[in-house]
Design a protein around this ligand. Structure first.
Ligand code: DX5
Ligand code: ZN
Length: 223
């Protein structure tokens, strides 16, 4: 089985020790650092903004995977590209002109990601497949870390994999929310390429080991 790429989510880091936690991610086998931007309007929570992102970027040596949980994300694309985003994910539910927004993300030199809330059908993406580099399936309702994984994600991932293949798309599939070693292997089997993990990484006794276990789809050894 293919090994997934792993994107630890900064939201679960210790904000009083951000440099230490970013350094851990640098030293680990993580492939990205996932950055959750919440505006308190699109989702009922506020995370952090540009000053924190700028500080993180100074130390982070992994590409930044930026997940915008904000209304009118098109207003901030330049700013996030400038802040060092390698991937910019916008929510399908937040974009009136999704095609234009995705095109703009690529013009800015970033990879274009679209996020689907748990209730949003994958079919909504059919007419923009060629404009997408990554589809991010939310496996929880966005807004908070530490929530319970929604089981329909396995089915949704497998259907999306199919739809991408049929449509001739090479977009990657990313999963975000409640991901841990308990569902990683099954998600990869269903077609996931990238796994985002917040609490299962940062609350682990050894986060770098947790990242490796996610990659290998291995359950932790019980002592
Ligand atoms: C939730 C965020 C996630 C969050 C994941 O709205 O998009 O990236 O940090 O956290 P866990 O892995 O704890 O569910
Ligand atoms: Zn996220």
């Amino acid at each position: 089985m293919n090994q997934p790429l792993i994107a630890p989510s900064l939201l679960a880091a210790d904000f009083a020790n951000l440099q230490r936690d970013v350094e851990m991610v640098n030293q680990s086998e993580a492939d990205y650092l996932h950055i959750d931007i919440m505006d308190g309007v699109f989702v009922p929570n506020i995370s952090f903004g540009f000053p924190v992102l700028d500080a993180v970027r100074r130390y982070c040596r992994k590409p930044l995977d930026v997940h915008l949980m904000i209304v009118q994300p098109e207003r901030y694309l330049e700013a996030f590209a400038e802040a060092g985003a390698a991937v910019i994910h916008v929510h399908y539910e937040a974009c009136t002109h999704l095609h234009r927004t995705l095109t703009r993300i690529r013009e800015l030199g970033c990879r274009a990601g679209v996020v689907l809330n748990p209730h949003t059908p994958i079919g909504e993406l059919e007419d923009v497949l060629e404009n997408i580099d990554v589809v991010l399936i939310m496996s929880v309702n966005p807004g908070f870390g530490g929530q319970t994984f929604i089981d329909h994600t396995y089915r949704k991932t497998a259907r999306l994999k199919n739809m991408l293949a049929t449509g001739g798309s090479s977009a990657m599939i990313e999963i975000d929310g409640g991901v841990s070693v308990h569902n990683a292997a099954r998600l990869v089997e269903a077609g996931a390429d990238i796994l985002v993990a917040g609490s299962s990484v940062f609350n682990a006794p050894d986060p770098a080991v947790a990242i490796r276990e996610l990659k290998e789809g291995r359950l932790p050894l019980v002592a």
